[in-house]
Unconditional design. Structure first.
Ligand code: BGC
Length: 517
């Protein structure tokens, strides 16, 4: 387990939209390097960079054409190596995004694989043995290749699935996972990892980590075996490199070899109930836990979280996210004041938290036409808002050249304005992250237990080591028993710990330490 993860707080950067250093309207690597001091000052000591590799960008770079080459629009391989160096000089680790399940249809491996003539790449992708036949319930594309076969895709049409084999092959074209051509795919991906690790990257966020072996079982036996093999390589060659899964099932991802697994902010996870209520009621009410006007208690989230926490404790970490490039921003349905409480909890629960760029100032989700396969996700991918100046400080390019339009609202939040305002969301984020770094009890592996969580109660209290933390997102006053003498380390709103009870006159949040005398 890389030791640095214990104190890691990640900042996710969508490179298109963070900082344009050369005035061409799109973000780039030198732009990110120029903002490392900002990231450090915020309290983040690790970065997850969305794919920055050569690509036709039909899925924002998740359609990789060359795993070993930085996309020219972001800079050069040397710019990326310089980003690693400058980040390391500031104590910041950098994860790249590994897309192992598929490539772009323009990847040379796939172009070779499409050829009628058998070659070294014929089995690099999953091909049926007929030119037109829907097979085994897997999504396929026909009619595009000289080879008399159809191929399986992993996500969009432009993303043919790499071949890691089938758990239980049921047709001659379904190769077993130990077929030499499936092993070759796995080895090729390890070589991609080695390529960037040797140049200074600190590990990978792994895209669609559960998707590799086809017709896998519920326990993901086949895919997990692939990842354990990859992890063995890392342990032997790069033991400080981190592997973070986009899996959203820590009880499978951690035993499969990942150090962390994201909880995705989606409807099929209890986590979604904290920030986004996907079952919005017909009367328009939103029962997300952190909404001040909701009636929700923490119990839509907590039992599943605790089950995952206890099952993976000591073996790996759960990663809670403010949101990511695939979800609506939390500002979509939470106010900046509600976000303060939401972040306070996300940043003080166990595990390794991730902050998506711009969420620290409460950037808005915007309704925008789809760009680069973004669909609804496009609205969470708009340029970072730095200053009140031209293009909100993102780029010197003319407005019409921007990758996506900046938020035109007169009250668009900016870093500049919030830095000058002690009461801002940005300041709260900085205070919370500073508190987290100052107290080992709040580190990823600090002890955790539930102190108060009851059906129908908005108050949620928990212990981290010697500390007691509590949140009450509602407007009403709520209390829970708290024997002993406690002093506040950090509070938002009205908090009182005395007489054997902890009272949060909501909305409020508290971190309490035992009295010292
Ligand atoms: C990424 C998405 C991408 C998809 C296909 C994901 O889960 O986060 O942005 O579209 O995988 O690669």
């Amino acid at each position: 387990m890389p030791k640095w993860l214990q104190d890691a707080v990640f900042y996710e950067i969508y490179p298109q939209s963070f900082c344009d250093s050369n005035g061409d309207g799109i973000g780039d690597l030198p732009g990110i390097t120029g903002k490392l001091d900002y990231i450090k000052d915020l309290g983040c000591n690790a970065i997850w960079l969305n794919p920055c590799f050569d690509s036709p960008f039909r899925d924002a770079g998740y359609d990789v054409r060359d795993y070993r080459r930085v996309a020219p629009r972001y800079g050069t391989n040397e710019d990326l190596a310089e980003l690693f160096r400058q980040a390391h000089a500031r104590g910041i680790h950098v994860l790249l995004d590994l897309v192992p399940g598929h490539t772009s249809e323009e990847h040379p491996w796939f172009r070779a694989s499409q050829r009628a003539e058998p070659n070294a790449y014929s089995n690099r992708y999953i091909w049926t043995d007929r030119w037109c036949l829907p097979e085994a319930g897997l999504p396929f594309v026909a009619g595009e290749s000289e080879r008399e076969a159809t191929y399986i895709i992993n996500f969009f049409k432009c993303q043919p699935a790499l071949n890691y084999g089938f758990l239980h092959p049921q047709a001659p074209w379904q190769l077993p996972t130990d077929h030499p051509d499936c092993i070759a795919t796995r080895e090729a991906m390890k070589d991609v990892m080695r390529f960037w690790l040797a140049r200074g990257c600190d590990g990978f966020r792994v895209d669609m980590a559960a998707s590799l072996v086809k017709n896998d079982d519920d326990q993901k036996t086949g895919t997990s075996a692939v990842w354990r093999d990859v992890r063995a390589m890392l342990d032997a060659e790069y033991p400080e490199a981190a592997l973070v899964a986009e899996w959203s099932c820590p009880q499978l991802a951690i035993p499969a070899g990942f150090h962390c697994d994201f909880y995705l902010n989606s409807e099929d996870e209890g986590f979604g109930s904290l920030m986004h209520d996907y079952e919005r009621h017909s009367d328009g009410t939103d029962e997300s836990y952190f909404r001040r006007d909701a009636k929700a208690d923490i119990l839509s989230f907590l039992p599943a979280y605790c089950a995952d926490y206890w099952a993976t404790k000591g073996k790996g970490y759960i990663s809670l996210i403010t949101c990511n490039h695939d979800t609506r921003r939390p500002r979509n349905n939470l106010t900046p004041e509600e976000l303060k409480l939401a972040y306070a909890v996300l940043f003080t629960l166990p595990g390794v938290p991730f902050l998506y760029y711009g969420d620290e100032i409460g950037m808005r989700y915007r309704q925008l036409p789809s760009l680069e396969g973004g669909y609804f996700r496009t609205g969470s991918r708009t340029p970072m808002q730095w200053t009140a100046g031209k293009n909100l400080g993102f780029s010197q390019a003319p407005l019409e050249q921007l990758y996506l339009p900046v938020d035109p609202s007169p009250d668009a939040p900016t870093v500049e304005a919030q830095q000058a305002d002690e009461a801002s969301l940005l300041h709260t984020v900085k205070d919370l992250l500073a508190l987290r770094h100052a107290h080992p009890d709040l580190a990823a592996d600090g002890e955790f237990s539930v102190a108060f969580a009851q059906r129908g109660h908005r108050l949620f209290a928990y212990r981290r080591g010697a500390l007691v933390l509590a949140v009450n997102p509602g407007a009403a006053r709520e209390s829970c028993p708290l024997p002993g003498c406690w002093q506040p380390l950090y509070t938002i709103g009205r908090v009182n710990a005395a007489g054997g009870a902890l009272t949060l006159d909501g909305p409020a949040f508290a971190v309490l330490a035992p009295c010292t005398e």
